[in-house]
Write a protein that binds this ligand. Structure first.
Ligand SMILES: [Zn+2]
Length: 169
């Protein structure tokens, strides 16, 4: 009695994609230059990008091409589809910060925070915003206007101080 069995073909193992930072399998080969003697291993996405830019590489030496694909110079061009895709992953949250999504307020020291509170300001601060608010409060608390009211005088003083702090004057 013959037993039939299938020999399980071992899964082909590919080297990792040659593009820096790409952890996919380099299942596609792409020639390093026009002599077609040496090849890169790219994941399908990067192979497509590489092919698309074949003309761009034509005047580059293999060394230059190598540098380009390993140093994020060309591969990270924002106009490239895969570049966008890579950015969406954004493991470090850099993109979020750049787009203002979930952007944390810049770290402030206590004095700055206090000064903002006195002027009734909230981040983000702009010079214009600070100045506008300052003028408004100075008018409001100016001793000439409040007839020597001690509390107003104190507030006025604090507003001036806060403004100096925030405007860096
Ligand atoms: Zn890749």
């Amino acid at each position: 009695m013959r037993r039939s069995y299938r020999v399980k073909k071992p899964k082909e193992v590919f080297p990792p994609c040659d593009v820096k930072g790409c952890e996919k399998e380099g299942s596609c080969r792409a020639p390093k230059d026009r002599t077609l003697k040496e090849y890169y291993h790219f994941c399908p996405e990067h192979a497509a990008e590489y092919n698309k830019n074949w003309d761009y590489y034509k005047d580059m030496s293999v060394d230059d091409i190598e540098r380009t694909i390993r140093e994020d110079t060309v591969w990270q061009r924002p106009t490239w589809a895969f570049g966008k895709k890579a950015k969406i992953d954004d493991p470090l949250g850099i993109l979020g910060a750049a787009k203002g999504v979930g952007q944390a307020a810049p770290k402030m020291d206590k004095e700055t925070e206090q000064a903002m509170h006195i002027l009734g300001l909230t981040p983000p601060l702009t010079k214009d915003k600070i100045k506008r608010k300052y003028r408004e409060l100075v008018k409001q608390y100016h001793p000439d206007k409040t007839g020597g009211d001690k509390e107003a005088e104190e507030r006025f003083r604090r507003v001036v101080e806060a403004y100096k702090k925030l405007s860096g004057e």
